[in-house]
Design a protein around this ligand. Structure first.
Ligand code: FAD
Ligand code: TPP
Length: 606
């Protein structure tokens, strides 16, 4: 998805309807009022010259909580964490020039992963635009291809409607980031304030929520005839809200089909459910990938056939007919041929399917028995197997212990990017949506800690843990100060293998073991570093110290960094090497029958 693929109707909104009785406010006050009227309670930001009038207006507004980050990239990721864990838009406020450019990584991240953000940037005064003024950059130009919509507001009379439209566009249809660039003179100028109900929506942008009935009927018949069906679910189910997860659970139960999910969809379907096959894709479960490869009808719900999922596209599930439910029509048929494309919201369309399924009297579940027997065969092989050790902490074991020791708590997990992220996806079971925050499409190292901060702001009572690598965590480590300042007791659980492990793994398997610049030299002492910020620093170096360290981490009332030293050379398996098919997975040395490990759903595997 790029902004260029979006309908042209997402251009600048039309001028607002004249409201003679409208209240007159300064541009800065309009921003604050619009945020309040949109139900915003929290924003993540960093001040600077071009945005000072808005900061001044915020000074007088106790109903808006401003979380001061230490780097604008982190503001965007924190807003993503907030949005992902609540389903509401995350709001970012930054200055012009470097403030705006620093947010770009987070904005692209949100675009790739369909996260609703409203990013407000200050801009130099209108008469200076184009003069290379101090801290001027073409924010709208720079972010054109990485926002769902962006707009430079040159007239204060357009400001309220631009802001309300930003929220509507960010949160409806396929969610994404919207940027509103506001020159400083517009922030000072006086203009009419329009409430959301006074704003005319942008003409033509009306995302469809319910699928065409004929397509629903076609999909139901395809599913009823299927002998080897599978549900391939994704981030779109999370976007669609908890009712979508509920509809998915009911539909899966009544159709008897196995369920897989992408990295971004974890939690939409409970990991403890017997119909759950685990994550699909490059580092997905052995049984999930085989079932995807051999199914005859695939029902993709809010999943976009990413290349980490499909592997070699001409070998992707070659014998199956595809049903694709997606709110973004441009997603359907983009990567794979689709027999039934259902445009609409994952929750509403799944409910439509369920209703018609029930009306037709379901289908004979006995026909799926041979399919489930094959799946059980794949399941009996422990694809996530690894060789346990009494000498060193295995990273997979560390995640299993973290999952075991936090079970029963209201826990929410974010991650950085790398092997630790994949092990977290494989070994930490999620039962509910909005509990798992990770950077999938862009794969942004440095995402996890600020995202955890955003999650903790939204869920003060939750246990929020960033599962990190020692390389990734250093990309936004400064955000420990944000956590301390705002009394956010986030935990950082570092799987420290002293390598950029995922890079080392690829170099090991695909580049002849030439480890070019992937060793993490000169690592800081993370315990001292945590202490320097005022957090609790802990270290675990041996397996017998692990449980105690995790307990101390989760019981501590403030922010904690736990530096967990793990095996240096462990690879993450299964792995579908790039350009290979789903049934050409590499397994670890114990990816067979040997391991005593348990899988994410708690099944003991031999
Ligand atoms: C190191 C690394 C390894 C990875 N390995 C894997 C892997 O093994 N397996 C894996 O799955 N991923 C993996 N990923 C992630 C991968 O790159 C993609 O981000 C991910 O697969 C995309 O998930 P998704 O298809 O659910 O799409 P998303 O990006 O979540 O897209 C959601 C889709 O749903 C649609 N949608 C949005 N809202 C709605 C709604 N309300 N109703 C209906 N549709 C909606 C959108 O239009 C879009 O098409 C990896 C990432 C990294 C960084
Ligand atoms: C900003 C950014 N730069 C580079 C990469 C490429 N990359 C992916 S994983 C990885 C190594 C991550 O190392 P670490 O955080 O220690 O995690 P590990 O893989 O060891 O668990 C790198 C460099 C990236 N994803 N993001």
């Amino acid at each position: 998805m790029t902004a260029l693929s979006r309908p042209a109707t997402l251009q600048a909104p039309p001028p607002p309807a004249p409201a003679s009785d409208a209240e007159v406010l300064s541009g800065a006050e309009i921003v604050v009022r619009a945020l309040l009227d949109q139900g915003v309670t929290t924003l993540f930001g960093y001040p600077g010259g071009a945005v000072l009038p808005i900061y001044d207006a915020l000074f007088h507004e106790p109903r808006l909580r401003h979380v001061l980050v230490r780097h604008e990239q982190a503001a965007a990721h924190a807003a993503e964490g907030y949005a992902r864990s609540t389903g509401r838009a995350g709001v970012v406020l930054v200055t012009s020039g470097p403030g705006a450019t620093n947010t770009v990584t987070g904005i692209v991240d949100a675009l790739m992963d369909s996260v609703p953000l409203v990013v407000i940037t200050g801009q130099v005064p209108t008469h200076l635009i184009g003069s290379d003024a101090f801290q001027e950059c073409d924010t709208v130009g720079i972010t054109r291809t990485c926002t769902k919509h962006n707009v430079l507001v040159k007239d204060v009379r357009d400001l309220a409607s631009a802001l309300h439209e930003a929220f509507r566009i960010a949160t409806t249809g396929r969610p994404g980031p919207v940027l509103v660039d506001i020159p400083k003179d517009v922030q000072f100028a006086q203009g009419p304030y329009l409430r959301p109900d006074q704003v005319r929506p942008t003409h033509g942008y009306r995302p469809r929520r319910r699928a065409e009935p004929s397509k629903v009927a076609q999909a139901v018949e395809m599913l009823a005839e299927a002998k080897r069906p599978i549900f391939y679910t994704g981030g779109g189910v999370i976007n669609a809200g908890p009712q979508a997860s509920a509809a998915l659970r009911a539909f899966a139960r009544e159709t008897g089909a196995p369920v897989t999910s992408t990295l971004l969809g974890l939690g939409a379907f409970p990991a403890s459910d017997p119909q759950w096959l685990g994550m699909v894709g490059m580092h997905g479960a052995y049984e999930a990938n085989h079932a995807m490869h051999d199914c005859d009808v695939m029902v993709a719900i809010g999943a976009r056939f990413d290349d980490r999922v499909t592997g070699r596209i001409d070998a992707f599930s070659p014998g199956s007919r595809k049903i694709h439910i997606d709110i973004d029509p441009s997603s359907i048929g983009k990567v794979v041929r689709t027999e039934a494309g259902l445009v609409g919201d994952a929750g509403e369309v799944t409910a439509q399917l369920l209703e018609l399924w029930r009306a037709r009297g379901g289908a004979d579940l006995a026909r799926l028995k041979p399919w489930w027997r094959r799946i059980e065969g794949w399941r009996s092989r422990n694809g996530f197997g690894y060789r346990p050790s009494a000498e060193e902490i295995k990273p997979q074991h560390a995640i299993q212990r973290l999952a075991a020791l936090t079970r029963g708590r209201d826990v929410r997990i974010s991650t950085e990017v790398g092997q630790h992220q994949m092990w977290a996806a494989q070994f930490f079971p999620f039962e509910e949506p909005n509990r798992w925050m990770t950077s999938g499409g862009l794969g942004t190292m440095g995402y996890g800690l600020p995202a955890a901060i955003g999650v903790q702001v939204a869920h003060p009572e939750s246990l929020v843990i960033d599962i990190a690598g020692e390389a990734s965590i250093q990309m936004n480590i400064q955000e420990l100060a944000t956590a301390l300042q705002h009394r956010l007791p986030v935990k950082v659980f570092i799987l420290n293998n002293q390598w950029m492990g995922m890079v080392r793994q690829w170099q090991s398997l695909l580049h002849g073991g030439r480890y070019s610049h992937s060793y993490s030299e000169s690592l800081p002492d993370f315990v001292k570093l945590a202490e320097a910020y005022g957090a609790l620093g802990l270290r675990a170096e041996r397996p017998e110290a692990l449980d105690d360290a995790i307990r101390r981490m989760i019981d501590h009332p403030g922010p904690v960094v736990l530096d967990c030293h793990v095996s240096k050379d462990e690879n993450c398996f299964p792995m579908i090497p790039s350009g290979k098919a789903h049934n050409e997975m590499l397994l670890g040395e114990d990816g067979g029958e040997l391991s005593q490990a348990i899988d994410p759903a708690g099944r003991r595997l031999v």
